[in-house]
Write a protein that binds this ligand. Structure first.
Ligand code: AMP
Length: 389
């Protein structure tokens, strides 16, 4: 494989890995929409892509060169997959550790052990933030109802969350008073949870950073995010966050990525409250709030992720047009097939459908991005496009 540097005889600077160049094969664990958009970006750059997941007829499988369908626990299948690719990354962080270890015997697996272990467990994540002096909300880890009652004396109102396995508001319960505690504990059905202080934020935003296998770092300016029923609803960029806070958030993301030795892109979600920024959580992969980078930025988050895991130079993160993204959940299908014609009539609107078969109510089926001269107009167009469905 070709290695590009100025050293003689193809030598690499100390500690650097040879890049995985276009023409090579990228492996992806997980085959949902993030895998699909990653695969599409990889195909544009001339890579081959193999995806691995237990599911059939998957979004990513529709565009990949090869789809391995097997359980993550099937070590033999995982090893066969790993032997067929030049590097592996993943589209969601809850891949069993044993699968990653089996794959790691044959090929580099990114974002890396720490970057996976810590964000997938809210207790490890919060302790990591505290140990690195990164501003986050007050929290207590609780393992029993009595511990929750004791924590509730100090933190109220709060949000009780399972420490692992929760996403998009699943495994969460808002505790408004001591009366909610017993129900919350019973509903969550878990043996470890975290009680977080309920943050009365003015808004939420996210910053996506990228760190390459060779340590280069780059980040997008922040995206402002509105959630509905704890699921992302609308993202806009530019976010309107003050430049100094944006810079502070970027520094936080860089510190997190270096502390985790993360390779790829990593999204940090923040709360903004009274001029202060607080980290809510992080995800070591492309993120829903970064989908607008496909149309809105010089390099999409998916291409940036691939550049990072392949050890290529990172792309420019400059914004090329104000942009807004709205999610399309299964609810959009409640009255039958949506009116695609109407939504595509609006200027600057791009439609992304993930190719999922069943439009269940809160299931992410696709998204719409609009670009315009101003972010207000982009948002208006994206929302109008969805309303027209
Ligand atoms: P999460 O899965 O932790 O990102 O939570 C989903 C959404 O729930 C967040 O984007 C917030 O809108 C809300 N949320 C989560 N944690 C808190 C908190 N501690 N205080 C207030 N709102 C929260």
């Amino acid at each position: 494989m070709n290695v590009q540097n100025d050293l003689p005889n193809g030598q690499l600077p100390a500690g650097q890995l040879p890049p995985v160049l276009p023409g090579s094969t990228i492996g992806i664990f997980g085959s949902g929409q993030l895998g699909k958009m990653m695969t599409t970006a990889a195909k544009l750059m001339g890579y081959r892509v193999h995806v691995f997941s237990p599911d059939a007829s998957t979004p990513a499988g529709q565009v990949a060169d090869r789809e391995f369908q097997a359980a993550y626990e099937d070590v033999e299948a995982v090893e066969e997959f790993a032997k067929s690719v030049d590097v592996i990354t993943l589209e969601f962080e809850n891949i069993p550790v044993a699968a990653l270890a089996a794959a790691g015997k044959h090929v580099k697996v990114y974002p890396g052990d720490q970057a996976l272990a810590i964000p997938q467990n809210r207790s490890l994540e919060k302790n990591f933030l505290r140990d690195h002096d990164i501003p986050t909300c007050e929290f207590r880890i609780v393992r029993t109802l009595d511990e929750l009652k004791a924590a509730g004396q100090q933190i109220m109102p709060g949000v009780l969350k399972t420490t692992s396995g929760g996403y998009d508001g699943k495994g969460q319960y808002v505790i408004r008073s001591a009366d909610d505690i017993e129900t919350a504990w019973a509903e969550l059905k878990t043996d470890e949870a975290i009680l977080e202080e309920f943050i009365e934020f003015q808004y939420e935003f996210s910053v996506i950073g990228a760190r390459s296998a060779n340590g280069q770092f780059a980040a997008y300016r922040s995206f402002r995010n509105d959630h509905r029923n704890q699921i992302l609803d609308v993202s806009i960029s530019p976010s309107g966050l003050e430049a100094s806070l944006d810079a502070q958030a970027t520094e936080v993301v860089q510190g997190i990525m270096e502390g985790l030795n993360a390779v790829g892109v990593l999204c940090v979600e923040f709360f903004y409250r009274d001029g202060q920024i607080l980290v809510n959580e992080m995800a070591p992969r492309p993120h829903n709030s970064g989908h607008l980078t496909i149309e809105g930025h010089a390099t999409s988050q998916f291409e940036q992720h691939l550049r990072a895991v392949c050890g290529l130079p990172l792309g420019a993160t400059a914004q090329v047009a104000p942009a807004a993204m709205v999610n399309l959940l299964g609810d959009c299908w409640s009255g039958g097939e949506p009116n695609w014609q109407a939504c595509l009539e609006l200027p600057g609107v791009s439609l992304h459908l993930y190719g999922k078969e069943k439009p269940a109510a809160a299931r992410k089926m696709g998204h719409i991005t609009a670009v315009a001269d101003t972010v207000e107009e982009a948002r208006r167009l994206a929302v109008a496009a969805r309303d027209s469905l």
